[in-house]
Each structure stands twice: as structure tokens, then as C-alpha cells.
Design a protein around this ligand. Structure first.
Ligand SMILES: Cc1cc2nc3c(=O)[nH]c(=O)nc-3n(C[C@H](O)[C@H](O)[C@H](O)COP(=O)(O)OP(=O)(O)OC[C@H]3O[C@@H](n4cnc5c(N)ncnc54)[C@H](O)[C@@H]3O)c2cc1C
Ligand code: FES
Length: 355
């Protein structure tokens, strides 16, 4: 601490007109009192479209629980963009995210990140975590939905001889399957893990059918006796939810799910309108199903955001005038000064936002 104070004193003498903070950042890129950061230590390609990015977080980071996620910020063309990523590293290890390139930010992360880069961070959060007491588990994942479950498996399997986990993972092909070889090695080494890969474009040649029990019964005959966790695309999770809710198991529903995108009411968008971003002096005409967050980004407004699915509230922006529609429920609302979750609300007529 005394050393840091001394370095600050030297920095303040040496760095005019730079602030001491700027100089310290050159010495230690994680030094910032304003924004939590992480230094990228390794980038490991996983498949043709995905990579694991390991980073060393700065002061202020909380150790993650297996299955949690964090907001990650990255500068793209001078604009800081935020997205959420599950932490794929085991609990207790330095964090890592495994990103699949599907859009603007994920593609930049997968293709351009290199060791030494600095990421902006928010602390881990989320309640898609392992049960407090040991139980037989069924993990049902598809595509990039494997990432939080991989953290759980890496945490649980090597440490708990009594673990009993069945993983059913669906991907298009073997080459697309995240962590394919590591999972098979873990299953070979530890009797507590059984891995069933399902390839929709190879061996099985069709989607895993969750509209009835047949596929599950074949892959994991005692599936109803297990606490189940599912993560994957929306339709995969919708089908799993319906199967479990439909009384396909005894007793209360024992399915926990994690979504990467919001559940929107089909056809929730109505009349759109002109959205005015007052402080940014920008405006745009949008349809009624376009979230205000995307409308702002479309016309170059630096919009705060995080999960982009209505859970983290990082996107709250004051309404100056107008009405908005919640795309999850269809409800139209809006009082002057109300904080609007721009990621899940759209214009319902002309809207003015205080940003
Ligand atoms: C809690 C949480 C955890 C997440 N964990 C991961 C993770 O571990 N790895 C990862 O790659 N992504 C993860 N995501 C998704 C991630 O936050 C971004 O949404 C994703 O990278 C797309 O961002 P983009 O800017 O590249 O795409 P955009 O240009 O923003 O648009 C992509 C579109 O695809 C939708 N979308 C988001 N995720 C998926 C998906 N997996 N499959 C299909 N469509 C999707 C978005 O809703 C959006 O409409 C997670 C999201 C949440 C909320
Ligand atoms: S970005 Fe998380 S609630 Fe809107």
C-alpha cells in the first residue's frame, strides 16, 4: 500500500498533463478506480467459431460460483459495448469466457482478442448454480449453452468422488461441439460423469426431440430422478420447460434453466414511432418490435447495456415523454421520469429519452 502511494506521488509529478491514474494504467492496465478491468492472459480457439478468453481480473472482482455470468465490455470502433458471458472456468480458478461468434460483439471478441488486451468487467452474478447438497444431476445443453455447465462440471467432477452427472449435449457436428475432447477425457477419468453427445447433422441427424420423453428415456433412463439444468437456444429451453412442467416427472419441477436471450411475447410489437435521444441529439424512426436499446445503437447513441434480456437493469434510461411497450408482456406504459429497460421495451408512438 505504501509502495502504491509512493508510486502515485511519483506519477503525479511525472505525468502532467496526464492524470496519475492514466500513468498508473500504463504501468498496470488493471489499475482503475472507476471501472473494473481484466487483463487477457490467453485466447484458446475452441471450434471454428468460438474461443475461450482467459483473463486476470483487477481489484474489486468477486470469485465466481460455477454457472454464473458476468458483463464484459469491449471497445469496438471507439465505442464500449457490453454483453453478458457465462464463466466457463471452474470456481476458484481465474475466470474465462467461451464466446461463440454470432453477431457484432461476439465476433469481435472471438476474432480480435489477444493476450495483453484489457476487457471491462462487472462482477459475476446469476443463480444458475450447483445445488447446495449433492444430488444426481442431468445437464441438458445445446450449442454455446454448454458454457455455464462446463464450469459446473469442471468444478464438481474432479473434486467430488460422489458426483453423479449425466450431460446430454447437442451440437450440429463433432467439430462444432465445445470442449468435446476434454469432456470425453473427464468421463473416462471420473466415473461420476457420463457424456452423451448428440449431433444434429451427423450420427443422429436430427434435433434432440424434447416434445416427448422418448429421446430422454433412451439417453438417460433415470432422468426423472435427477435435478436437471438446461441451457441452450430459446426453442430448446421452451421444449424442455414444457416437458418438465407437463408433469413428466414426479413431484415439483426440478428443472433449472439459463437463457441467453429474452422471452418475448410473440407479436408483442405494435405501432412504432420516432425515438429522440435528447442529450445525444439523435433521432430515429423505428418499428414497434425494435428494442429502444437497438434503436439507440442503430443511430450511434452510446447506450448503457448488459444482459440485453431484461435481467440486469444496466440499461435503465429515464423517459422524458411518450409511451413504450414491454416486449415481454405487451404492456404499454410510460410516465415522465420513469426508468425504462431499453433492452426489452420498444416505442409505442413518439418517445423521448433522457440520454
Ligand atoms: C446470462 C447470459 C450468459 C451468456 N453466456 C454466453 C456464453 O457463455 N457464450 C456466448 O457465446 N454467448 C453468451 N451469451 C450471449 C451473449 O451475451 C451475446 O448475446 C451474444 O454473444 C451475441 O452478441 P452479439 O453482439 O455478437 O450479437 P448481436 O449483434 O447482439 O445479435 C445477436 C442476436 O442473437 C441473439 N442471441 C444471443 N445469444 C444467442 C445464442 N446463444 N444463440 C442464438 N442467438 C443468440 C441475441 O438475442 C440477438 O438477437 C450470454 C447471454 C446471457 C444473457
Ligand atoms: S441490459 Fe440488462 S436489463 Fe437491459
Amino acid at each position: 500500500m505504501a509502495q502504491l502511494r509512493a508510486l502515485r506521488r511519483v506519477a503525479s509529478v511525472l505525468t502532467t498533463p496526464l492524470a496519475p491514474e492514466d500513468f498508473l494504467r500504463l504501468v498496470n492496465p488493471l489499475a482503475s478506480t472507476r471501472q473494473l478491468r481484466g487483463l487477457v492472459t490467453q485466447v484458446v480457439p475452441e471450434t471454428a467459431d468460438s474461443a475461450t478468453i482467459r483473463f486476470r481480473p483487477g481489484k474489486g472482482w468477486n470469485a465466481h460460483e460455477a454457472g454464473q455470468w458476468a458483463r464484459i465490455g469491449v471497445e469496438i470502433d471507439g465505442i464500449r459495448q457490453w454483453r453478458s458471458y457465462s464463466l466457463s472456468a471452474p470456481a476458484g480458478a481465474d475466470p474465462a469466457i467461451t464466446v461463440t461468434a454470432i453477431g457484432h460483439v461476439s465476433t469481435a471478441l472471438v476474432r480480435n482478442t489477444k493476450p495483453g488486451d484489457v476487457l471491462f468487467l462487472d462482477v459475476p452474478q446469476g443463480d444458475f448454480v450447483l445445488p447446495r447438497h449433492p444430488r444426481p444431476l442431468l445437464m441438458l445443453t445445446a450449442g454455446s449453452g454448454l458454457t455455464p455447465v462446463m464450469s459446473m462440471i469442471r468444478t464438481l467432477i474432479p473434486r467430488r468422488p460422489d458426483a453423479d452427472v449425466v450431460l446430454i449435449h447437442s451440437s450440429r457436428t463433432r467439430a462444432d461441439a465445445l470442449f468435446h475432447d476434454e469432456l470425453l477425457e473427464l468421463a473416462d477419468q471420473f466415473p461420476g460423469l457420463t457424456v452423451k453427445h448428440w449431433f444434429t447433422r451427423e450420427e443422429q441427424g436430427r434435433r434432440l426431440d424434447l416434445t416427448d420423453f422418448a429421446d430422454l428415456e433412451t439417453l438417460c433412463p433415470d432422468w426423472q430422478a435427477r435435478a436437471a439444468y438446461a441451457c441452450g437456444p430459446a426453442e430448446f429451453l421452451d421444449a424442455a420447460t414444457a416437458l418438465w412442467e407437463g408433469g413428466a416427472h414426479d413431484g415439483e419441477s426440478n428443472l433449472t434453466i439459463e437463457r441467453f436471450a429474452p422471452v418475448l411475447l410473440p407479436g408483442a410489437g405494435g405501432e412504432g414511432g420516432r425515438v429522440t435521444f435528447e442529450k445525444s441529439d439523435k433521432e430515429i424512426e423505428v418499428d414497434g418490435d425494435v428494442p429502444l436499446l437497438e434503436a439507440g445503437e442503430e443511430c450511434g447513441v452510446v447506450m448503457p447495456s448488459g444482459c440485453r434480456m431484461g435481467i440486469c437493469r444496466s440499461c435503465l434510461t429515464p423517459l422524458v415523454a411518450g409511451r413504450v411497450r414491454d416486449l415481454r408482456t405487451g404492456e404499454v406504459h410510460g410516465d415522465e421520469g420513469e426508468l425504462i429497460q431499453t433492452c426489452v421495451n420498444a416505442a409505442a408512438g413518439p418517445v423521448h429519452l433522457d440520454i
